[in-house]
Design a protein around this ligand. Structure first.
Ligand SMILES: Nc1ncnc2c1ncn2[C@@H]1O[C@H](COP(=O)(O)OP(=O)(O)O)[C@@H](O)[C@H]1O
Ligand SMILES: Cc1ncc(C[n+]2csc(CCOP(=O)(O)OP(=O)(O)O)c2C)c(N)n1
Ligand SMILES: [Mg+2]
Length: 320
């Protein structure tokens, strides 16, 4: 008998996507759905988390609230949309301290405030454990909306910030290593809202998504959605902080697994016309790193002069 554990999240989601016949501008399969209104699109995305299976050890209630909001806003940012707000639905047990609930909602509120969005509504019920589900909305000009598909041969590929950070944060927590910078990106990631809007406004960006399931998975997604467009990444160009490298060393973690496949991080990965390089460098300030280009006929990463295959795998619920 097949169980969810043997099939895994990706196959389940693919089944949903395959069986959906969407009549809106964009149905399931991208970071968010899009509904066209005039020449704009409202984008909408939903992410759920359970304290027991999803929150990292050491997260406070405030962090859980912030995280739940941030992961939702990340998907809105990945569409290049300006955030509007979030609906927040909660399952909690009756013996939970009210202060925990207040702290969680303070996290949601402060994350929303930080990006100029607001709490729009939600639902509050008794249920097993603590489950927090968000539905975030944003708005973008239809013509400027960023999707996973659209990359062209010759495009460059970039990221908005360091990779492997949340993974290293996770290992640091497990091994009791004090690494405040990377723990912050694991517990309270800051959504790349401003960057997403810069990318869509620029007119140079051809595809975009966030890196929640790992860099290798995201690159393979953009490749598949763009149709016969493949990428060559340069390992030396992937931004990795010193703190991340230090934790990888000290925990004897596998560097490639940590940086390429662990996931749980919220930078944007995007492809763009090389003509836009200078514009994007200026407009994104420090949050712009070119890591490779669209060429060849497989997704690979050059490391020490040799190509290493970028496998189409990453974080997968029920399996990882
Ligand atoms: N239970 C579900 N019902 C309908 N669509 C779903 C479901 N789960 C996931 N999806 C859709 O599948 C796509 C991929 O989901 P996911 O990997 O969670 O995206 P993301 O990593 O951007 O949050 C999204 O478009 C999402 O809306
Ligand atoms: C046991 C464990 N490993 C790793 C993590 C870190 N982590 C949090 S979310 C995530 C992966 C992606 O999260 P998901 O909710 O699937 O994001 P989505 O793709 O839906 O946006 C990871 C690796 C964790 N919280 N717990
Ligand atoms: Mg996403």
């Amino acid at each position: 008998m097949a169980t969810l554990g043997t099939v895994g999240e990706k196959a389940l989601v693919n089944e949903i996507v395959k069986n959906s016949h969407s009549r809106v501008a964009l149905g399931p399969g991208d970071d968010a759905a899009a509904i066209k209104i005039g020449d704009k699109c409202i984008v909408v995305s939903s992410d759920i988390m359970s304290k027991k299976t999803h929150a990292s050890e050491g997260m406070s209630y405030y962090d859980i609230g912030w995280f739940a909001a941030a992961v939702n806003y990340s998907d809105v940012a990945a569409m290049g949309a300006a955030p509007i707000g979030i609906l927040v639905s909660l399952f909690m047990e009756r013996d939970l301290e009210v202060s925990c609930f207040r702290e969680m909602m303070r996290g949601v509120r402060e994350c929303s405030d930080a990006i100029g969005a607001e709490i729009l509504g939600g639902d509050t019920k008794e249920g097993a454990g603590i489950v927090i589900s968000g539905t975030a909305l944003g708005i973008v000009d239809e013509k400027k909306m960023l999707k996973r598909g659209g990359a062209k041969p010759g495009d460059l590929i970039g990221v908005t910030g360091p990779i492997g950070t949340a993974a290293a944060g996770f290992f640091a927590v497990q091994s009791n290593i004090d690494a405040p910078g990377i723990k912050k990106s694991l517990f309270t990631p800051f959504p790349r809202t401003k960057e997403g809007c810069v990318l869509s406004d620029s007119g140079y960006v051809t595809a975009c998504m966030d890196v929640t399931d790992g860099l290798a998975y995201s690159i393979n997604e953009i490749s598949r959605h763009s149709g016969n467009v493949y990428f060559e990444i340069d390992w030396e160009k992937i931004p990795i902080t010193e703190e991340t490298k230090d934790v990888i060393r000290r925990t004897n973690s596998d560097e490639l697994e940590t940086v390429l496949y662990f996931g749980g991080e919220y930078e944007l990965v995007f492809t763009f016309d090389p003509l836009g390089e200078e514009y994007l460098r200026k407009a994104l300030g420090g949050n712009f790193y070119i890591i490779g280009e669209a060429k060849g006929n497989d997704n690979v990463m050059m490391k020490s002069g040799k190509p290493v295959k970028l496998e189409y795998r990453g974080w997968e619920h029920f399996k990882s």
